[in-house]
Design a binder for this molecule. Structure first.
Ligand SMILES: NC(=O)c1ccc[n+]([C@@H]2O[C@H](COP(=O)([O-])OP(=O)(O)OC[C@H]3O[C@@H](n4cnc5c(N)ncnc54)[C@H](OP(=O)(O)O)[C@@H]3O)[C@@H](O)[C@H]2O)c1
Length: 276
């Protein structure tokens, strides 16, 4: 497993497990199996309402706490200067942990205009030992500009939708320029038509790997940190096995050219999307 160094010196594994849209009992099994087969990073969120199951899966694995990198997120309903610390404390109780490794503002929700005060509150949480790093998710350059103008802490991570169908080259360049690591959500484009696309299946055949492995290699070879979700042990194992082959520059470019210019769900434009 390769690691990436965040802007505060904390190291994050480059590939971890996504957990969205899976309930407690099922995610408990998936997290335990993922950790058994070698995953060392798990991404959850208060919004997913499965932090209890994620925490149980981590406990079931028997691994030392320090060997697992855990991310959770501040949901929209809990944004604000007074509520952010309580929200993380509640997440930690559900997870059964005394700290997480990364805490993200889940969406900017600019119409609510509370992401700046939320970020100011998050800055305190690292000093209190409740999280080792803080970051954001779904932030556009205009939101990052505002944090830069009004606060002193640069987010360690910006977790955004990113895959060959929506490669987000400009946003990734903008993140990098600021010293922010981009983390790809829905890295497999949510298992949709991308995995059957001619370009992906051709490159997979040339490297004698699966389409999902080619897509995940596209992420890690470009320095992205990524969090594919999978249910079976077989897929968990295969998705982690992407550090033993190298795509050519032409392969990477051909996949990036699959850009549709559209989010998987066009409603999820961070300038307007609201979820709580
Ligand atoms: N910050 C945010 O706003 C945000 C938004 C969305 C997601 N996320 C995070 O990102 C994680 C990943 O995104 P995602 O879950 O939306 O989508 P994803 O990881 O791109 O795709 C997951 C889908 O791909 C399938 N799949 C997994 N491995 C496969 C393989 N080897 N071959 C074929 N199909 C495969 C899975 O099926 P099975 O499960 O049946 O194996 C599942 O249906 C989430 O779980 C969540 O942690 C964050």
């Amino acid at each position: 497993m390769e690691h990436v160094r965040l802007n505060n010196g904390v190291e994050i594994p480059q590939l971890g497990l996504g957990t969205a849209r899976v309930e407690d009992e099922e995610i408990r099994r998936i997290v335990r199996e993922a950790l058994e087969v070698g995953y060392r990073m798990v991404d959850t969120a208060a919004k997913y309402e499965n932090e209890v199951g994620v925490g149980q899966g981590i406990a079931d694995s028997g691994l030392d706490r320090d060997d697992v990198f855990v991310t959770t997120k501040l949901r929209g309903a809990d944004q604000g200067s007074d509520s952010a610390e309580q929200a993380l404390t509640d997440s930690l109780r559900r997870l059964g942990l005394d700290h997480v490794d990364l805490y993200l503002v889940h969406w900017p929700l600019p119409q609510q205009d509370r992401y700046l005060e939320s970020w100011q509150a998050l800055q305190e949480l690292t000093a209190k030992g409740l999280t080792r790093a803080i970051g954001v998710s779904n932030f556009l350059p205009e939101h990052l500009d505002r944090l830069a103008a009004e606060t002193s802490t640069v987010p360690a991570v910006n977790q955004i939708e990113c895959h060959p169908r929506f490669p987000q080259v400009a946003q990734r360049d903008d993140d990098a320029r600021r010293g922010i690591v981009t983390q790809s959500w829905s890295p497999l484009a949510n298992g949709g038509d991308l995995l059957g696309h001619d370009v992906v299946t051709r490159i997979a055949a040339e490297h004698d790997v699966t389409p999902a492995q080619v897509v995940l290699r596209w992420h890690v070879q470009q320095g992205l940190v990524t969090i594919p979700k999978a249910s079976s042990r077989e897929r968990l194992v295969a998705n982690l096995d992407v550090f033993g082959f190298v795509l050519t520059d032409a392969d990477l470019a051909a996949m990036t050219a699959l850009d549709t210019g559209e989010r998987t769900d066009p409603r999820q434009d961070p300038a307007t999307w609201e979820e709580f």
